[in-house]
Structure formats: structure tokens, C-alpha cells
Design a protein around this ligand. Structure first.
Ligand code: IPR
Ligand code: MG
Length: 142
């Protein structure tokens, strides 16, 4: 049995919209998800979030303005790779609002776009869908 791992997901926000992309992965394939990924040894959550967003979208974040929003516990039981992740969710604005996201890892994502929080695409990545179902709002503490 695999050991649980830590993931970091980032709500990259612009006005009332968040950045989402369709995953290409054995976990949550074809679902719309936040940029993010695995916490590496020695990283802070903010360092991990900023690194993953940069790697996956090319966007620079304002690291000092990143906020910790919540943590969720996620067990993905589906074969071929059952996995358990504790996911830390951060929020951040982009450093330059005129910078557009690029699909820098097309093997992992179909492309990034902004979606209004009150008009999200479907299907959402299950952990994100569960947060929505529970009434989570990344803008509520602004
Ligand atoms: P990488 O590191 O490939 O970006 O990982 P990810 O986007 O699959 O995120 C890992 C945590 C998820 C599965 C909750
Ligand atoms: Mg990722």
C-alpha cells in the first residue's frame, strides 16, 4: 500500500474567476482542476504552489501574497493506481494580470482558461467538486 502524499493546489484568481485546466492523468483524467502538484522535500507550501503554477502555466505568482485556504484528505481508490493525498489549497493573484497562461505541460493538461466561480465547467476534479458541494468559496475571505 502506498504512503499518503502531500499535494498543493492553487486557486489562481483574477476578479471572480479561477484558472482551471482539463487533466491528462490517471487520477481524475479529463476533469477540470487547479494547477498544482506534489510537495517536494524541504519546500514550503507557497514555494511548491508557485513552482507548480510556473511549471504548468508559465504564470508568476505573488508569493508573499499567497494565502492558505484549506486542507482536504483525498483517497483515490480507482485502479490502476490507488492513491491517497492530503491536499493543501492556496489562493494567489497573478503578479501581472496581463500575463496569459500557457499550456507548458501539454502531456498533463489540455489547456488553461479562466472560469467564473459561479459558472464552473464540468466535470470538475472530484476533490474540487466535493469542495463546491460543501459550499467552499475561495473568494469568501477576500
Ligand atoms: P504533478 O506533480 O504531476 O503536477 O501532480 P498532480 O497535478 O497530479 O497533483 C498531485 C495531487 C493530486 C492528484 C491531488
Ligand atoms: Mg499538476
Amino acid at each position: 500500500m502506498e504512503t499518503p502524499r502531500v499535494g498543493v493546489g492553487v486557486f489562481v484568481v483574477k476578479e471572480r474567476s479561477v484558472l482551471l485546466g482539463r487533466r491528462r492523468s490517471s487520477i481524475g483524467n479529463s476533469t477540470f482542476a487547479l494547477p498544482g502538484g506534489h510537495l517536494e522535500f524541504g519546500e514550503s507550501f507557497e514555494e511548491c504552489g508557485a513552482r507548480e503554477v510556473k511549471e504548468e502555466t508559465g504564470l508568476e505568482l505573488e508569493k508573499e501574497k499567497m494565502e492558505l485556504l484549506t486542507v482536504t484528505n483525498n483517497v483515490f481508490r480507482d485502479p490502476p493506481e490507488p492513491r491517497h493525498y492530503v491536499v493543501v489549497f492556496l489562493r494567489s493573484a497573478v503578479a501581472d494580470p496581463n500575463q496569459s497562461p500557457e499550456n507548458t505541460e501539454p502531456e498533463k493538461c489540455d489547456g488553461w482558461d479562466w472560469y467564473r466561480w459561479d459558472d464552473l465547467p464540468s466535470p470538475l476534479f472530484p476533490p474540487l467538486q466535493e469542495m463546491v458541494n460543501n459550499g467552499f468559496d475561495p473568494f469568501s475571505s477576500e
